[in-house]
Ligand binder design. Structure first.
Ligand code: HAM
Length: 419
């Protein structure tokens, strides 16, 4: 039997309405903040991601779904959206049409990671990117949007962690200090961290190995080496968060796994989803557009993982949305009236009501069971003496009240259903 690929999920009907509700919440929230939706292709040239995210990152060096197409081009299924949005900005000169571009997206992403709870190979993100301003207000706005959405879902077991990576110059200076600190400990580092020492030294902070963690415990921190302007930027972000009632903690070891970041980085983690606890992550990336061949355009953004978010909701028993019930389920009393019933059903549907009927010529009892299964608000009986008298019998399923309508008075019946 052919099965879905490991790390991918079917979102079945019993779940997909939740996805739609969540997507509606995202669309609505983004529109309150005046973000416009962008949709980019599922695959891009591999070079976009290797240049944008960084060759030394785990995503690029280990996790991308890359393949050569029939024309010999190396393509990659998008592992994240920031590089794609940056590419689209450059390609369509969006920065020339508008000085500030506020964009958002909801899209599948692909990374060949080891699957586990909350970590998949095809997963979905929603996120936002603002391109064209260095204002720290926008760094804060990213965190606030994510926090607002999580709050509307009524998630509580959350922690907002923020940090600043400053500008390249202070970061390079700091990397030297970190090297000096780590050199005497080099032989005690894990093999992975030895590699990172050469190619991406900041990521040693992310190591889960105890031997690395005990060495990093006393390492100098980047935040202590920030230049004055970066510190001021960071302080403003913090002040805006405080004024917006977003509780946060500064985590000076939060370095994040993508190379494009500068200044603010952040994550929102949940205590309700196990080890893959980051519900969202983001930060500022003032150098990315230039690195991809565009004019310098500063940017900041975030992305949240939808699967993890829904898992957190499930574990906290919140966002218990119910699927919309049917308005009407038609109970057919005489099988020979099938086509009349079908016509009535169509008429109601075309008036914008949710209506269904039995297609399997089942017993009345079985039809009533279906009506209950769909939690239909009304049942409409077609057939029997009423129908012979030119009438429909409409029954309100919650109160049990019954109403008779002339078959010529569809309008009257529709009004009753709508009220
Ligand atoms: P990221 O931290 O790689 O950042 O991913 C953001 C979120 O996507 C994570 O916090 C997590 O919830 C979800 N996620 C990531 N990988 C997986 C996976 N394998 N399975 C399930 N969920 C996952 C970015 O992608 C950046 N583009 C965020 C950003 C936007 N920075 C600036 N702008």
């Amino acid at each position: 039997m052919i099965k879905a690929i490991t790390g991918t999920n079917d979102i079945l009907a019993e779940e997909s309405y939740k996805w739609r509700e969540l997507e509606k919440l995202v669309n609505d929230t983004m529109s309150f903040y005046n973000y416009k939706e962008i949709r980019t292709p599922i695959f891009e040239e591999t070079a976009l991601f290797s240049r944008g995210i960084g060759d030394a990152t785990d995503i690029v060096s280990k996790e991308m779904y890359s393949f050569i197409d029939r024309s010999g081009l190396s393509l990659t299924l998008k592992p994240e959206m920031t590089a794609s949005v940056a590419r689209a900005l450059i390609e369509h000169s969006l920065d020339k049409k508008q000085s500030l571009n506020k964009l958002y997206y909801i899209s599948p992403m692909f990374r060949q990671e080891r699957p586990q709870a909350g970590r998949f190979r095809q997963f979905h993100q929603f996120g936002a990117e603002v391109l064209g301003s260095q204002s720290p207000l926008l760094d804060a706005e990213m965190i606030i949007i994510a926090y607002d959405i999580f709050a509307k879902l009524e998630l509580t077991n959350l922690k907002v962690k923020i940090n600043s990576l400053g500008i390249t110059e202070s970061r390079e200076l700091y990397k030297e200090k970190l090297k000096d600190y780590l050199l005497p400990h080099f032989n005690n580092l894990s093999e992975e961290s030895k590699k990172r020492f050469e190619i991406n030294i900041l990521r040693i902070f992310d190591s889960k190995e105890e031997r690395d963690q005990s060495i990093m415990k006393d390492a100098p921190l980047l935040i202590e080496y920030l230049d004055e302007a970066s510190l001021e930027h960071f302080n403003t972000v913090k002040k805006v968060l405080e004024n917006s009632n977003v509780p946060y903690e500064v985590d000076p070891k939060l370095v994040r796994g993508l190379d494009y970041y500068c200044h603010t980085t952040f994550e929102v983690v949940s205590g309700s989803v196990g080890s893959q606890s980051a519900l969202c992550g983001g930060g500022r990336y003032d150098g990315l557009i230039e690195q991809l061949g565009g004019k310098p355009v500063p940017g900041v953004g975030f992305a949240a993982g939808i699967e993890r978010l829904l898992l957190a909701c499930k574990n906290e028993n919140v966002f218990d949305v119910k699927e919309e019930p049917l308005d009407v389920y038609i109970i057919l009393l005489n099988a020979e009236l099938k086509s009349d019933a079908f016509n009535s059903m169509l008429e109601l549907r075309r008036e914008g009501l949710r209506v269904d009927a039995d297609y399997l010529t089942r017993s009345i009892k079985a039809q009533m069971r279906e009506a209950n299964r769909y939690k239909s608000r009304f049942t409409l009986f077609i057939g029997g003496d009423e129908y012979k008298n030119g009438e429909y019998l409409l029954k309100d399923m919650s109160e049990g009240n019954q109403f008779l309508f002339k078959t010529s008075d569809m309008k009257g019946m529709i009004k009753k259903i709508r009220d």
